[in-house]
Ligand binder design. Structure first.
Ligand code: FAD
Length: 311
Protein backbone atom coordinates (compact mmCIF):
# COMPACT_ATOMS: atom_id res chain seq x y z
CA UNK A 1 0.00 0.00 0.00
CA UNK A 2 1.02 3.61 -0.52
CA UNK A 3 1.34 6.22 2.22
CA UNK A 4 0.21 8.94 -0.19
CA UNK A 5 -1.58 8.13 -3.44
CA UNK A 6 -2.09 11.13 -5.73
CA UNK A 7 -4.89 10.88 -8.30
CA UNK A 8 -4.22 13.29 -11.17
CA UNK A 9 -0.93 14.37 -12.72
CA UNK A 10 -1.33 18.08 -13.48
CA UNK A 11 0.49 20.88 -11.60
CA UNK A 12 -1.40 20.10 -8.37
CA UNK A 13 -0.69 16.38 -8.52
CA UNK A 14 2.97 16.84 -9.46
CA UNK A 15 3.51 19.25 -6.56
CA UNK A 16 1.73 16.89 -4.15
CA UNK A 17 3.86 13.93 -5.32
CA UNK A 18 7.14 15.83 -4.89
CA UNK A 19 6.23 17.13 -1.44
CA UNK A 20 5.15 13.66 -0.31
CA UNK A 21 8.16 11.86 -1.78
CA UNK A 22 10.52 14.31 -0.07
CA UNK A 23 9.20 13.00 3.25
CA UNK A 24 10.59 9.60 2.35
CA UNK A 25 7.18 7.94 2.30
CA UNK A 26 5.68 5.55 -0.26
CA UNK A 27 4.18 7.80 -2.92
CA UNK A 28 2.26 6.98 -6.08
CA UNK A 29 0.60 9.07 -8.81
CA UNK A 30 -2.16 7.69 -11.02
CA UNK A 31 -3.05 10.00 -13.90
CA UNK A 32 -5.17 9.74 -16.99
CA UNK A 33 -2.77 12.08 -18.80
CA UNK A 34 0.32 13.25 -16.94
CA UNK A 35 0.66 17.02 -17.43
CA UNK A 36 -3.06 17.76 -17.38
CA UNK A 37 -4.39 20.99 -18.88
CA UNK A 38 -0.86 22.29 -19.22
CA UNK A 39 -0.48 19.94 -22.20
CA UNK A 40 -3.20 21.91 -24.01
CA UNK A 41 -1.65 25.29 -23.33
CA UNK A 42 0.65 27.27 -25.58
CA UNK A 43 2.27 30.38 -24.13
CA UNK A 44 2.53 30.59 -20.35
CA UNK A 45 3.69 33.97 -19.07
CA UNK A 46 2.47 33.95 -15.47
CA UNK A 47 4.42 31.02 -14.04
CA UNK A 48 6.31 33.19 -11.61
CA UNK A 49 10.09 33.41 -12.14
CA UNK A 50 9.77 31.89 -15.62
CA UNK A 51 9.09 34.77 -18.01
CA UNK A 52 7.90 32.57 -20.82
CA UNK A 53 7.35 28.88 -21.34
CA UNK A 54 5.06 26.63 -23.32
CA UNK A 55 2.63 24.02 -22.05
CA UNK A 56 4.28 20.86 -23.41
CA UNK A 57 7.67 22.06 -22.11
CA UNK A 58 6.31 22.75 -18.62
CA UNK A 59 4.47 19.40 -18.61
CA UNK A 60 7.71 17.58 -19.48
CA UNK A 61 9.52 19.47 -16.71
CA UNK A 62 6.81 18.54 -14.20
CA UNK A 63 7.19 14.87 -15.06
CA UNK A 64 11.00 15.04 -14.98
CA UNK A 65 10.93 16.68 -11.56
CA UNK A 66 8.61 13.99 -10.18
CA UNK A 67 10.78 11.24 -11.73
CA UNK A 68 13.80 12.53 -9.79
CA UNK A 69 12.13 11.05 -6.73
CA UNK A 70 11.09 7.57 -5.84
CA UNK A 71 7.49 7.98 -7.01
CA UNK A 72 5.47 5.24 -8.66
CA UNK A 73 4.01 7.01 -11.71
CA UNK A 74 1.03 5.21 -13.21
CA UNK A 75 0.27 7.20 -16.37
CA UNK A 76 -2.77 6.59 -18.60
CA UNK A 77 -4.77 5.29 -15.63
CA UNK A 78 -8.29 6.50 -14.95
CA UNK A 79 -9.72 6.36 -11.44
CA UNK A 80 -13.36 5.24 -11.41
CA UNK A 81 -14.26 4.84 -7.77
CA UNK A 82 -13.05 5.95 -4.35
CA UNK A 83 -13.76 3.69 -1.38
CA UNK A 84 -13.36 5.35 2.03
CA UNK A 85 -11.22 3.70 4.67
CA UNK A 86 -13.14 1.23 6.85
CA UNK A 87 -12.56 -2.01 8.70
CA UNK A 88 -13.49 -3.79 5.47
CA UNK A 89 -10.64 -2.05 3.61
CA UNK A 90 -8.17 -2.64 6.44
CA UNK A 91 -8.20 1.05 7.31
CA UNK A 92 -6.90 2.00 3.86
CA UNK A 93 -8.51 4.22 1.24
CA UNK A 94 -9.09 2.40 -2.04
CA UNK A 95 -9.00 3.80 -5.54
CA UNK A 96 -10.42 1.58 -8.27
CA UNK A 97 -9.02 2.08 -11.76
CA UNK A 98 -10.75 1.61 -15.10
CA UNK A 99 -8.31 -1.21 -15.94
CA UNK A 100 -9.76 -3.24 -13.04
CA UNK A 101 -6.89 -2.74 -10.60
CA UNK A 102 -7.44 -1.44 -7.06
CA UNK A 103 -4.83 0.83 -5.44
CA UNK A 104 -4.69 1.12 -1.65
CA UNK A 105 -3.23 3.93 0.37
CA UNK A 106 -3.18 5.37 3.87
CA UNK A 107 -3.96 8.80 2.43
CA UNK A 108 -5.14 10.06 -0.96
CA UNK A 109 -4.70 13.44 -2.65
CA UNK A 110 -7.35 14.07 -5.31
CA UNK A 111 -6.14 16.43 -8.06
CA UNK A 112 -8.12 15.48 -11.13
CA UNK A 113 -8.45 19.04 -12.41
CA UNK A 114 -11.14 20.45 -14.63
CA UNK A 115 -12.02 21.12 -18.25
CA UNK A 116 -13.55 24.16 -19.93
CA UNK A 117 -17.00 23.72 -21.39
CA UNK A 118 -16.78 24.36 -25.14
CA UNK A 119 -19.24 26.17 -27.41
CA UNK A 120 -18.86 23.45 -30.04
CA UNK A 121 -19.14 25.67 -33.10
CA UNK A 122 -17.06 25.56 -36.28
CA UNK A 123 -13.73 27.35 -35.79
CA UNK A 124 -13.43 26.72 -32.04
CA UNK A 125 -11.09 23.72 -32.31
CA UNK A 126 -9.28 25.03 -35.37
CA UNK A 127 -8.33 28.32 -33.72
CA UNK A 128 -7.77 27.16 -30.12
CA UNK A 129 -4.71 29.05 -28.82
CA UNK A 130 -4.80 31.08 -32.06
CA UNK A 131 -7.49 33.50 -31.02
CA UNK A 132 -9.80 31.16 -29.10
CA UNK A 133 -9.00 31.34 -25.39
CA UNK A 134 -10.56 30.16 -22.15
CA UNK A 135 -8.62 31.97 -19.44
CA UNK A 136 -8.61 35.78 -19.21
CA UNK A 137 -5.96 35.80 -16.44
CA UNK A 138 -3.69 33.78 -18.72
CA UNK A 139 -4.28 35.17 -22.18
CA UNK A 140 -5.85 38.61 -21.61
CA UNK A 141 -2.56 40.57 -22.03
CA UNK A 142 -1.99 38.92 -25.45
CA UNK A 143 -4.98 40.95 -26.72
CA UNK A 144 -3.81 44.38 -25.56
CA UNK A 145 -5.28 47.02 -27.87
CA UNK A 146 -7.24 44.42 -29.87
CA UNK A 147 -10.93 43.58 -30.16
CA UNK A 148 -12.32 40.52 -28.39
CA UNK A 149 -15.60 38.83 -27.55
CA UNK A 150 -16.53 36.94 -24.42
CA UNK A 151 -19.09 34.17 -24.85
CA UNK A 152 -21.19 33.70 -21.71
CA UNK A 153 -23.07 36.08 -19.44
CA UNK A 154 -22.70 34.36 -16.09
CA UNK A 155 -20.41 35.68 -13.36
CA UNK A 156 -17.27 34.35 -15.00
CA UNK A 157 -18.18 35.80 -18.42
CA UNK A 158 -19.05 39.23 -17.06
CA UNK A 159 -15.96 39.28 -14.79
CA UNK A 160 -13.85 38.33 -17.81
CA UNK A 161 -15.40 41.11 -19.92
CA UNK A 162 -14.75 43.72 -17.20
CA UNK A 163 -11.19 42.45 -16.75
CA UNK A 164 -10.50 42.44 -20.52
CA UNK A 165 -12.05 45.88 -21.04
CA UNK A 166 -9.13 47.29 -19.06
CA UNK A 167 -6.64 45.78 -21.51
CA UNK A 168 -8.22 45.47 -24.94
CA UNK A 169 -9.63 48.07 -27.32
CA UNK A 170 -13.17 46.72 -27.27
CA UNK A 171 -15.01 43.77 -25.79
CA UNK A 172 -18.34 42.35 -26.94
CA UNK A 173 -20.13 40.07 -24.51
CA UNK A 174 -22.33 37.54 -26.27
CA UNK A 175 -25.05 35.79 -24.25
CA UNK A 176 -27.42 33.10 -25.54
CA UNK A 177 -30.20 33.86 -23.04
CA UNK A 178 -32.37 37.01 -23.13
CA UNK A 179 -30.60 38.33 -20.02
CA UNK A 180 -27.30 38.03 -18.22
CA UNK A 181 -27.12 35.72 -15.20
CA UNK A 182 -24.24 37.51 -13.50
CA UNK A 183 -24.67 39.38 -10.22
CA UNK A 184 -26.38 42.74 -10.65
CA UNK A 185 -23.34 44.67 -9.40
CA UNK A 186 -21.14 43.08 -12.08
CA UNK A 187 -23.69 43.77 -14.80
CA UNK A 188 -23.88 47.43 -13.76
CA UNK A 189 -20.11 47.70 -13.81
CA UNK A 190 -19.90 46.15 -17.29
CA UNK A 191 -22.62 48.39 -18.73
CA UNK A 192 -20.83 51.47 -17.37
CA UNK A 193 -17.69 50.72 -19.41
CA UNK A 194 -17.33 52.78 -22.60
CA UNK A 195 -15.56 50.04 -24.56
CA UNK A 196 -17.90 47.14 -23.78
CA UNK A 197 -21.00 46.05 -25.69
CA UNK A 198 -23.48 43.46 -24.44
CA UNK A 199 -25.49 41.37 -26.89
CA UNK A 200 -28.21 39.10 -25.49
CA UNK A 201 -30.40 36.46 -27.18
CA UNK A 202 -27.40 35.79 -29.35
CA UNK A 203 -26.39 32.28 -30.35
CA UNK A 204 -22.79 32.02 -31.43
CA UNK A 205 -22.77 29.95 -34.62
CA UNK A 206 -19.19 30.20 -35.88
CA UNK A 207 -15.73 31.50 -35.08
CA UNK A 208 -14.11 32.83 -38.23
CA UNK A 209 -10.44 33.01 -39.13
CA UNK A 210 -8.01 33.62 -41.97
CA UNK A 211 -6.54 30.13 -41.72
CA UNK A 212 -3.95 31.30 -39.18
CA UNK A 213 -5.84 33.30 -36.58
CA UNK A 214 -9.32 34.32 -35.52
CA UNK A 215 -10.77 37.36 -37.30
CA UNK A 216 -14.48 37.23 -36.49
CA UNK A 217 -17.43 35.76 -34.65
CA UNK A 218 -20.84 35.04 -36.13
CA UNK A 219 -23.95 35.02 -33.98
CA UNK A 220 -27.62 34.56 -34.74
CA UNK A 221 -30.09 36.98 -33.18
CA UNK A 222 -32.52 34.50 -31.61
CA UNK A 223 -35.44 36.94 -31.90
CA UNK A 224 -35.12 37.94 -35.55
CA UNK A 225 -33.15 34.94 -36.81
CA UNK A 226 -30.66 37.31 -38.51
CA UNK A 227 -26.96 36.55 -38.52
CA UNK A 228 -24.38 39.14 -37.53
CA UNK A 229 -20.59 39.12 -37.81
CA UNK A 230 -18.36 40.87 -35.27
CA UNK A 231 -14.82 41.60 -36.49
CA UNK A 232 -12.30 40.84 -33.78
CA UNK A 233 -9.00 39.19 -32.92
CA UNK A 234 -9.93 37.06 -29.91
CA UNK A 235 -12.80 35.03 -28.44
CA UNK A 236 -12.88 34.07 -24.76
CA UNK A 237 -15.21 31.17 -24.01
CA UNK A 238 -16.64 31.51 -20.50
CA UNK A 239 -19.52 29.08 -20.28
CA UNK A 240 -18.29 26.97 -17.42
CA UNK A 241 -15.39 25.06 -15.94
CA UNK A 242 -16.33 21.45 -15.28
CA UNK A 243 -14.41 19.70 -12.50
CA UNK A 244 -13.36 16.10 -13.26
CA UNK A 245 -15.21 14.77 -10.25
CA UNK A 246 -18.13 12.82 -11.74
CA UNK A 247 -16.53 9.62 -10.39
CA UNK A 248 -16.65 10.97 -6.81
CA UNK A 249 -20.37 11.80 -6.64
CA UNK A 250 -21.96 10.31 -3.58
CA UNK A 251 -18.63 9.44 -1.91
CA UNK A 252 -17.27 12.83 -0.97
CA UNK A 253 -18.78 16.26 -0.40
CA UNK A 254 -18.97 18.26 -3.64
CA UNK A 255 -20.18 21.84 -4.11
CA UNK A 256 -23.22 22.54 -6.30
CA UNK A 257 -20.76 23.04 -9.18
CA UNK A 258 -19.26 19.61 -8.56
CA UNK A 259 -16.06 20.92 -6.97
CA UNK A 260 -14.50 18.91 -4.13
CA UNK A 261 -15.13 20.88 -0.93
CA UNK A 262 -11.85 21.46 0.93
CA UNK A 263 -10.73 23.52 3.90
CA UNK A 264 -7.58 25.67 4.19
CA UNK A 265 -5.48 22.54 4.64
CA UNK A 266 -6.87 20.70 1.62
CA UNK A 267 -8.90 18.36 3.84
CA UNK A 268 -12.04 16.90 2.19
CA UNK A 269 -15.11 15.50 3.92
CA UNK A 270 -13.40 12.06 4.21
CA UNK A 271 -10.66 11.33 6.77
CA UNK A 272 -7.29 10.74 5.09
CA UNK A 273 -8.51 12.18 1.79
CA UNK A 274 -7.17 15.55 0.67
CA UNK A 275 -7.64 17.48 -2.56
CA UNK A 276 -5.99 20.27 -4.52
CA UNK A 277 -6.20 22.32 -7.69
CA UNK A 278 -8.91 23.00 -10.25
CA UNK A 279 -11.05 20.04 -9.08
CA UNK A 280 -11.68 21.78 -5.75
CA UNK A 281 -13.49 24.80 -4.34
CA UNK A 282 -10.22 26.81 -4.45
CA UNK A 283 -11.25 30.26 -5.73
CA UNK A 284 -8.80 30.79 -8.62
CA UNK A 285 -7.84 28.15 -11.16
CA UNK A 286 -4.22 28.77 -12.12
CA UNK A 287 -0.98 26.79 -12.37
CA UNK A 288 0.77 28.49 -9.44
CA UNK A 289 -2.37 28.27 -7.34
CA UNK A 290 -2.73 24.54 -8.13
CA UNK A 291 0.92 23.88 -7.26
CA UNK A 292 0.60 25.68 -3.93
CA UNK A 293 -2.55 23.74 -3.16
CA UNK A 294 -0.90 20.43 -4.12
CA UNK A 295 1.93 21.12 -1.67
CA UNK A 296 -0.57 22.01 1.04
CA UNK A 297 -2.54 18.81 0.47
CA UNK A 298 0.60 16.64 0.59
CA UNK A 299 1.83 18.28 3.79
CA UNK A 300 -1.62 17.78 5.33
CA UNK A 301 -1.56 14.12 4.28
CA UNK A 302 1.86 13.76 5.94
CA UNK A 303 0.54 15.46 9.06
CA UNK A 304 -2.37 13.00 9.07
CA UNK A 305 0.07 10.06 8.75
CA UNK A 306 2.26 11.07 11.69
CA UNK A 307 -0.83 11.41 13.86
CA UNK A 308 -2.30 8.02 13.03
CA UNK A 309 -0.95 4.54 13.56
CA UNK A 310 -0.17 2.45 10.50
CA UNK A 311 -3.01 0.01 9.75
P1 FAD B 1 -5.19 19.60 -14.40
O1 FAD B 1 -4.08 20.34 -15.04
O2 FAD B 1 -6.52 19.63 -15.05
O3 FAD B 1 -4.71 18.08 -14.24
C1 FAD B 1 -5.62 17.09 -13.85
C2 FAD B 1 -4.94 15.73 -13.91
O4 FAD B 1 -5.85 14.74 -13.45
C3 FAD B 1 -4.52 15.29 -15.30
O5 FAD B 1 -3.35 14.52 -15.21
C4 FAD B 1 -5.71 14.42 -15.73
O6 FAD B 1 -5.37 13.50 -16.75
C5 FAD B 1 -5.99 13.71 -14.43
N1 FAD B 1 -7.32 13.11 -14.28
C6 FAD B 1 -8.53 13.65 -14.50
N2 FAD B 1 -9.50 12.77 -14.19
C7 FAD B 1 -8.88 11.65 -13.75
C8 FAD B 1 -9.32 10.39 -13.27
N3 FAD B 1 -10.62 10.08 -13.14
N4 FAD B 1 -8.38 9.47 -12.92
C9 FAD B 1 -7.05 9.74 -13.02
N5 FAD B 1 -6.59 10.93 -13.46
C10 FAD B 1 -7.49 11.87 -13.82
N6 FAD B 1 -2.96 28.62 -15.92
C11 FAD B 1 -1.97 29.51 -15.69
O7 FAD B 1 -1.57 29.69 -14.54
N7 FAD B 1 -1.38 30.16 -16.73
C12 FAD B 1 -1.73 29.97 -18.04
O8 FAD B 1 -1.18 30.61 -18.95
C13 FAD B 1 -2.78 29.04 -18.30
N8 FAD B 1 -3.22 28.84 -19.56
C14 FAD B 1 -4.18 27.89 -19.78
C15 FAD B 1 -4.56 27.63 -21.11
C16 FAD B 1 -5.48 26.65 -21.39
C17 FAD B 1 -5.84 26.37 -22.84
C18 FAD B 1 -6.07 25.91 -20.32
C19 FAD B 1 -7.06 24.79 -20.61
C20 FAD B 1 -5.73 26.19 -19.01
C21 FAD B 1 -4.79 27.19 -18.71
N9 FAD B 1 -4.41 27.49 -17.41
C22 FAD B 1 -3.38 28.38 -17.19
C23 FAD B 1 -5.04 26.83 -16.25
C24 FAD B 1 -4.13 25.72 -15.69
O9 FAD B 1 -3.76 24.87 -16.75
C25 FAD B 1 -4.86 24.97 -14.60
O10 FAD B 1 -5.24 25.86 -13.56
C26 FAD B 1 -3.97 23.87 -13.99
O11 FAD B 1 -3.49 22.98 -14.97
C27 FAD B 1 -4.74 23.09 -12.92
O12 FAD B 1 -3.94 22.08 -12.42
P2 FAD B 1 -4.57 20.76 -11.77
O13 FAD B 1 -3.40 19.92 -11.43
O14 FAD B 1 -5.52 21.14 -10.71
O15 FAD B 1 -5.47 20.08 -12.90
Amino acid sequence: AFDVLVVGGGPAGAAAAIYAARKGIRTGVAAERFGGQVLDTMAIENFISVEYTEGPKLAAALEQHVRNYDVDIMNLQTAQKLVPASDATGGLVEVQLANGATLRSRTVVLSTGARWRQVNVPGEDKYRNRGVAYCPHCDGPLYKGKRVAVIGGGNSGVEAAIDLAGIVEHVTLVEFDSKLRADEVLQRKLRSLPNATVVVSAQTTEILGDGQRVNGLVYKDRNSGDSHTVELEGVFVQIGLLPNTEWLKGTIELSDRGEIVIDDRGQTSLPGVFAAGDATTVPYKQIVVAMGAGSTAALSAFDHLIRSSAP
